[in-house]
Design a binder for this molecule. Structure first.
Ligand code: SAM
Length: 242
């Protein structure tokens, strides 16, 4: 997969070269390019923003700088691309969206700053290619860079070969619509807290049932919206008996 990120703070994206993502880049599973938006400015101040039409606080990112940058970045690689624009006003980014993105050949991210990017940039590209405005949560960050780190990490770990054990992703929270239950490792007793007996029993059926029950309990308590969104056939009789 090819990922391009356009930003006025390329240094913010340095973590894309670390740990699991860095290894995916090193082994060629992921190809990441970070571009400085200011390279497409033509004035001495390299201005990327201007005052908002209609008045109000803050500044808006200029469309012509973004247009030149995205035209060049998109043209630099022939693979079909999806443009992703992080914004708190976007659709929520979910694990399902991460799976959909992991199936793409190319993602191009446009990082907003200030009050965001002139809306005509999204409208212009949406006429000729898939464009998503996405939010990583109901809070406001200062820029799109951290949102891009979140999305790229969620997507990259789903690419075949990136995780050491592909079962990890298959059994994570959200894979079956539920939050994952608690996990334990050695020692058996730590500061008076014992690991649940069933996990040490070696009875795989009982362990699977226990894990499912804890996932159901945790999800009902913390995210009742996820329980409500389960398809009708998602719960079996044993689940309902809980
Ligand atoms: N005026 C915008 C609004 O109220 O919707 C907020 C702009 S925010 C200060 C600046 C940039 O941070 C946005 O253009 C976006 O790139 C990024 N950003 C902030 N919060 C975000 C979130 N929850 N999800 C995704 N991106 C976000």
């Amino acid at each position: 997969m090819r990922i391009d990120v356009v930003t006025i703070f390329p240094g913010y994206l340095a973590p894309l070269r670390e740990a699991l993502l860095g290894r995916a880049v090193g082994t060629g599973l992921l190809d990441i390019a970070v571009h400085d938006l200011r390279d497409w400015t033509h004035d001495v101040h390299q201005a990327v923003d201007d005052a908002p039409y209609g008045g109000g606080p803050g500044m808006v990112m200029r469309p012509h700088v973004w247009g030149e940058a995205l035209d060049d970045v998109l043209a630099a690689d022939p693979r079909p691309a999806r443009l992703v624009v992080p914004t708190p006003a976007g659709r929520p980014f979910t694990q399902a969206a991460a799976h959909a993105y992991a199936a793409q050949e190319r993602l191009v991210f446009a990082c907003g700053r200030y009050e965001g990017i002139d809306q005509r940039v999204v409208d212009h590209y949406a006429a000729s290619m898939p464009v998503d405005e996405i939010s990583i949560g109901d809070y406001v960050l200062v820029g799109g860079e951290v949102a891009v780190l979140v999305v790229v990490e969620a997507v990259a770990r789903l690419l075949p070969g990136v995780l050491g054990n592909p079962r990890s992703a298959a059994e994570d929270s959200f894979s079956d619509g539920l939050l994952e239950g608690p996990a334990y490792t050695r020692p058996e007793v730590w500061r008076g807290h014992a690991v649940p007996e069933v996990l040490r029993s070696g009875n795989h059926g009982a362990i699977a049932r226990w894990r499912r029950d804890r996932a159901l309990e945790r999800t009902a308590e913390r995210r009742p919206d996820l329980i409500a969104a389960l398809p009708p056939d998602a719960l079996d009789e044993a689940d309902r008996a809980l």
